[in-house]
Design a protein around this ligand. Sequence first.
Ligand SMILES: Cc1cc2nc3c(=O)[nH]c(=O)nc-3n(C[C@H](O)[C@H](O)[C@H](O)COP(=O)(O)O)c2cc1C
Ligand code: SF4
Length: 427
Amino acid sequence: MRSDRVFQSFPVTADTHGLAAYRGRGGYGGLTKALTSMQPLEVEQQVAASGLQGRGGAGFGVGQKWSFVNKRAPVVYLCCNADEGEPGTFKDRWILEHSPHQLLEGMLLASYALRVRHAFVYIRGEFDLPLRRLQGALQEAREAGLVGERILGSDFSCDIVIHRGAGAYVCGEESSLLNSLEGKKGYPRNKPPFPAIKGLYQRPTVVNNVETLSAVPWIIVNGGAAYAAMGVKKNPGTRLFGVSGHVKRPGLFERPTGYPMHKLLFEDAGGVLGGKALKAVIPGGSSTPILTAAEAEHLTLDAEALSKAGSMLGSGAMIVIAEGTCMVRLLQVLTRFYSHESCGQCTPCREGTDWMNRILQRILAGRGTPADLVSLQEIPQAIMGKTICALGDAASMPVLSFIRKFGPEFQHYVEHGRSMHDGRLTV
Ligand SMILES: Cc1cc2nc3c(=O)[nH]c(=O)nc-3n(C[C@H](O)[C@H](O)[C@H](O)COP(=O)(O)O)c2cc1C
Ligand code: SF4
């Protein structure tokens, strides 16, 4: 029987990450099928028919992205984005640790479809076990003739190279990733041209996230239509939802898109720690606009529903916030992160993120003024949409949404010089 789980269809044991275990659960069946009975275009068509959307945050259609690439170009590159730096997000790490061959198979299928001969994995510098697991899997795949020249005796040859980042969040942004991979400073590039036209070494390049590429083997084995039938129609499939923060059973849960958020948080993840009430949820990684408990109550986990609620599904990483948490302090933690990670190329982002961080520090120190609250609403407006990459927006959206939804807490802090709670982030 076909599993409706694309990732978590097996119990994790000490050797789940190895080639034998992966083969035991049907691994490399998609690659064998493609190389023996499908043309590259058919692989691309199945992925397009699946409706798979990118899992790195922006949710761009994978079929559409692949269609932009000129497959007749002498060189086409594939880069897998394994930088996973968005706070709250830990899904790619899970795949790399427990099913690295699934990613390699997805990359080989994408490479076959796009006529790529050299593919890269750009992996987050802080990842240690995921790196070792991926290196081990690549070695096994090479020795088994699954990577390299004439794969499985076919005409298709492709090598995969792992490149380790050096701890900059901005290098997860695709064009910054390409600069870093080329050995340059990890500065985002102006777009257009987009990577599909001029990417790595100015060649057509597809950049896809780990979870995105790891879904491709399932699609090739079961067909695009079967994938499209899971979850909601407009953004189908399953997703690895991460749940962290003030929750009893934090973890990663594979669920179809459209799954009720309340069910995920209160049944699957056990509800709020310490029996407290839910105060708010950050639904898709720390940059996505915060939702109040009331807003989260009847939401389903799909891009359209989240967008209607004024937020985003982003990387699918939910941060749960319990009643009693100081939102001023929480926002300062987030703002400090984005200010620290700004690469400094654009003035609005470089200066604006630093100003917002300093203002919040001043408020926390009991020296905030009413004018500071006005600035916290004006600065993000001056950043959003005026920068080279989306880090500026990522830093701005939390500030705007926190002030809009929890304004009285910020006013109280400014008026009284202290939090209306005990100022803590922990439960
Ligand atoms: C500041 C910033 C950081 C990002 N970090 C990541 C990341 O760690 N991993 C990732 O897959 N995408 C990240 N992205 C999104 C990538 O630019 C890109 O959209 C994604 O890798 C495309 O893959 P997908 O279409 O499969 O989602 C980031 C974007 C920005 C603006
Ligand atoms: S928005 Fe920020 S991180 Fe992105 S290029 Fe500009 S300064 Fe760098």
